[in-house]
Design a protein around this ligand. Structure first.
Ligand SMILES: [Zn+2]
Length: 337
């Protein structure tokens, strides 16, 4: 059964193997992706306008700047933009947007102005005992409620172009698959961003770290038994941050597989490894006393790492350090300590 809401009655908290389908009928990702699959972006590079589909991919694909080391794409895109296959006579997209896997709808945002994602839905999935979050953005309509259990391919809504900087021609679904950083997100946000109301509880995009979902779809085709920890083991560590030990360190509770080695005694601090996108890859106990999150490693690069890390790390060599934005985000990991 493809359409409509799912029947309830499935035991909550059950754990399932990782098994993903695409959220719409557009499956060109499996035939090379490209302009058939990805929605283009509107680029203005030094006055030269273009519409590259590459900007719809996951990763550092937007806002090119010229550096001594060549062109660097500085703006990170945390998901993939899938273009519609069906439109009505007036050009409105008609594609149904469906759950990529079974789970529970944990958040719906019906007010476009509340988020850059416009109208969006978040579904919580449980794989190998851990929770992951798929996010579907820019919808024109939402057809589920928070708390509702959905099966894979159940409809969540209809593709649209709600949210910032979109128009009808560029309608698409923005799809992410995320790890969650902290249960304390709302308190952290209310403390640090007093003038910017959060309408999304802990399902705000800032608290959700998107992994390379296109690479994951393709990797699962090759190896259907693949798990998220195995998938992330292939990602490159770009920087490491040492953070004070804290009972609020939810990341370790959410994803115990991040712990590289079992520890007997409680460590004084933890060292967390991140890829360029800020996705946590590994957590190790550390004996280094720190009073606040501190950069302990950044990969050597020919340009300032702020361009390569979503502005979380800046400076090179001895002077490399977390930016203010990097410090704030790392504080979220142990907030309110
Ligand atoms: Zn997008």
């Amino acid at each position: 059964m493809l359409a409509g809401v799912s029947l309830t009655g499935v035991v909550s908290g059950e754990t399932e193997p990782l098994n993903l389908v695409l959220p719409t009928v557009n499956d060109a990702l499996f035939r090379g992706g490209g302009a058939e699959f990805y929605q283009y972006i509107e680029r203005d590079y030094k006055g030269e306008k273009s519409t590259p589909w590459e900007g719809g991919q996951y990763g550092f694909v937007r806002n090119p700047i010229e550096t001594a080391a060549g062109i660097v794409y500085t703006r990170f895109h945390e998901g993939i933009d899938i273009r519609p296959l069906q439109r009505d006579a007036s050009g409105e997209p008609l594609d149904s947007v469906r759950a990529i896997a079974a789970g529970v709808v944990v958040h719906t945002n019906p007010v476009p102005g509340y988020s850059n994602y416009g109208k969006y839905v978040v579904v919580e999935h449980r794989w190998d005992g851990c929770n992951y979050y798929s996010l579907y953005g820019h919808l024109s309509a939402i057809t589920v409620r928070a708390g509702q259990r959905v099966q894979q391919r159940d409809q969540l809504g209809v593709m649209g172009h709600t949210g910032e900087g979109l128009n009808q021609a560029r309608a698409h679904v923005h799809l992410e698959l995320n790890l969650m950083l902290s249960r304390q997100f709302e308190a952290w946000h209310d403390t640090l961003f007093k003038n910017d109301p959060n309408h999304h509880g802990r399902y705000n995009g800032i608290n959700l770290m998107g992994l390379d979902i296109a690479r994951l779809y393709l990797a699962l085709r090759k190896q259907p038994s693949l798990t998220i920890p195995e998938f992330l083991a292939e990602e490159e560590t770009f920087y490491r941050v040492t953070i004070p030990a804290s009972r609020h360190f939810d990341l370790l509770k959410f994803y115990p597989w991040l712990l590289a080695q079992k520890t007997e005694a409680a460590p004084v601090s933890w060292e967390v490894s991140f890829n360029r996108a800020g996705v946590p890859l590994k957590i190790e106990p550390s004996a280094k006393p720190v009073s606040e999150p501190q950069l302990s490693y950044v990969k050597k690069s020919s340009v300032d790492p702020s361009y390569l890390t979503r502005d979380q790390v800046t400076g090179r060599g001895e002077s490399a350090h977390l930016t203010d934005s990097g410090k704030r985000l790392m504080r979220l990991l142990i907030f309110p300590d």
